[in-house]
Design a protein around this ligand. Sequence first.
Ligand SMILES: [Zn+2]
Length: 95
Amino acid sequence: MITALPFIVAAVVTLGYAWLCWLRPFRPCPMCKGQGWKSTRILRRPKTCRLCGGDGWRLRLGRRLFNHLRRTRLAAVRSETTLTRTINRAKEGTR
Ligand SMILES: [Zn+2]
């Protein structure tokens, strides 16, 4: 029972983070604290945040990872479909 406890805690934390990424995919920008602008160091002028581009929001790391994996999977499915079509056309062409 005691040996299973870390795995249960890790599973709960992972599922909780996945749920958070699904529920609220964006978080306030860490560089500008969600304001969308920062003041320059020397003259203290307001300047658009480079990290969020003035939105004040950033996509969470887990959501970015999910989107990357989803795009990779879709690209693989598309290339596989294209490859299958190409092979079928080649077979039809030889007959
Ligand atoms: Zn920002």
